[in-house]
Ligand binder design. Structure first.
Ligand code: ADP
Ligand code: ZN
Length: 517
């Protein structure tokens, strides 16, 4: 008697129900479709290819890059009574030929194999002689240079679609932002296949992003107002900053500890276990901290400065609120961060720089958005939503925008008239008519734009420059951070493009707490 997928889920796996989109994906695969599946780690991707492999006639061929993982999965399946095996270089020639024999005799539901073996002529010929039930490409981001773990041998997997056009193919990965996702689809000839992206939302996390003016004060008042005796993580951009902020928090009476890769392993482990065991430790850390840390009641994650990408931001903020209770993700940033990030990017190899630049632009789009933050994050992962979340700063406090066209023209012409050699602080001094030593040295009090922007004030001008750079209406020099015009700047200067700017809010509190009282 034929078992339904639900029967197998219950009898073989011992689970009661499918999760998320598992059932939909499994049905789609059993019916012979192709698919690109993007679900976070731990959300149950394996069932999406294992169940169809069991149900469909023939053997499911699973490509997986990690030998250790392969072995674990196969052991588990065999214990459950599923006919699974693997082929890799850790086996003796005898073991390998036994597995091949089973495969030829149709005795396997699933065969795990490394990518470099799969594409050999011998193995492809073997596949010709059997009936593959479906092809699975696990860790599919390895096929893309846009991803974080590119493996050249993965690119050759495109041969599967060419050589076996009628065998369904499923590619799965835990993280794939928009460019990576498109690249995977293209490389594996899956452009026509549906994308199943799900599981990226963390509804209990409140996202808010604010301009960093006096970062330390902002951090203090954020923690004091809402999270006095709770656990949290504060991410900083450098080891030095970590030490500095940890010291200042401690001096202010908080229970803060530093964590970065420059510390001894003993000290790091010590701090990490205090964070894990105690209930009110603030970990001040570089991004070296967090992998494998699974503390359920982390109440807040603060970024002092910009993360590397939206993917990194999602992962780092995702360490808050694992217990499902309300948690906060606060990001404090300013123009300096953009300048710094652009400098780092310009130092990568050309190929990498293009990729990183692209990812960074998406991040800037996110931090300056006037739309629901959650929806911007989710759509970056392919999970599109229309309704607003009601639990991010832009939802709770809709952003006020203003027509910044004239301000932008003044700012840009100030850049131009000073020879495109200065940074935002000096330019702001000129615009507000602040006669500093530097201004008079360069005789910038005699140019036409001197004091032409008095009406707006220093903070507003800083916000104008930050947004112009973030919106790519002005460039920052990767080496010294000076500002210079680009094509878009000229459109604005000529009055051919208008500029809408967001009004920065200056008070920092945990948004959630304000709103729910
Ligand atoms: P991923 O590959 O996405 O990281 P796994 O497939 O390894 O995730 O699944 C993560 C965990 O969730 C495993 O322990 C798995 O047995 C369990 N799991 C998956 N689907 C279900 C389900 N429908 N019901 C209960 N547990 C499940
Ligand atoms: Zn929202």
């Amino acid at each position: 008697m034929n078992q339904t997928p639900l029967d197998i889920l219950r009898t073989t796996y011992g689970f009661r129900d499918f999760r998320g989109k598992q059932e939909e994906i499994i049905k789609h695969m059993i019916d012979g479709g192709d698919a690109l599946v993007i679900m976070p780690t731990g959300s149950g991707k394996s069932l999406c290819y294992q169940l169809p492999s069991i149900v469909r006639t023939g053997t499911g061929i699973i490509v997986s890059p990690l030998i250790a993982l392969m072995q674990d999965q196969v052991n588990e399946l065999v214990q459950m009574g599923v006919r699974a095996a693997f082929l890799n270089s850790s086996q003796s020639p005898q073991e390998q030929s036994m597995v091949e024999q089973e495969l030829r005799n149709g005795k396997l539901d699933m065969l795990y194999v490394a990518p470099e073996r799969l594409v050999t002529p011998v193995f492809l010929a073997l596949l010709d002689s059997i009936q593959p039930a479906l092809f699975t490409i696990d860790e599919a981001h390895c096929v893309s240079q846009w991803g974080h773990d590119f493996r050249p041998e993965y690119t050759r997997l495109s041969i599967l679609r060419e050589r076996f056009p009628h065998v369904p193919l499923i590619a799965l990965t835990a993280t794939a932002d928009d460019p990576t996702r498109k690249d995977i689809a293209e490389q594996l000839h899956l452009q026509q296949a549906p994308v199943f992206a799900t599981g990226f939302d963390r509804p209990n996390i409140t996202y808010s992003i604010q301009n960093r003016e006096r970062g330390l004060d902002q951090l203090f008042s954020f923690i004091r107002s809402s999270y006095k005796d709770e656990s949290g993580i504060v991410y900083c951009q450098s080891r030095k900053k970590v030490e500095d902020i940890a010291t200042k928090l401690t001096e202010a009476g908080f229970n803060a500890l530093p964590y970065h890769a420059g510390m001894s392993a003993i000290q790091r482990n010590h701090n990490q276990s205090k964070f894990m065991m105690e209930e009110n430790v603030i970990m001040v850390a570089t991004i070296a901290f967090g992998m494998g840390v699974n503390k359920p009641n982390v109440r807040f994650v603060v970024h002092l400065g910009l993360p590397k990408s939206l993917e990194a931001y999602h992962q780092e903020t995702g360490r808050a609120g694992r217990d499902g209770l309300p948690a906060d993700a606060l990001l404090l940033y300013n123009l300096q961060d953009i300048v710094l990030a652009r400098r780092m990017i310009s130092r990568s190899s050309t190929n990498r720089a293009i990729i990183e630049q692209h990812k960074f632009s998406s991040l800037l789009g996110f931090v300056e958005t006037t739309e629901c933050r959650r929806n911007v994050i989710l759509s970056y992962f392919g999970e599109h939503r229309d309704e607003k979340c009601g639990n991010c700063d832009t939802c709770l406090y809709p952003v006020e925008t203003w027509d910044g066209t004239i301000a932008a023209q003044k700012a840009l012409s100030c850049v131009y008239r000073t020879g495109q050699r200065f940074g935002a602080t000096h330019l702001t001094d000129i615009l507000t008519g602040n006669l500093t030593k530097r201004v008079s040295e360069h005789e910038h009090n005699h140019i036409k734009t001197f004091a032409c922007g008095k009406e707006l004030g220093k903070e507003t001008w800083k916000g104008v420059f930050r947004q112009l750079v973030a919106l790519q209406m002005l460039e920052s020099d990767p080496e010294n951070g000076s500002l210079r015009l680009n094509d878009t700047s000229w459109l604005i200067l000529r009055g051919e493009k208008t500029v809408s700017l967001r009004r920065d809010s200056l008070s920092v509190t945990a948004v959630k707490h304000v709103s729910k009282k």
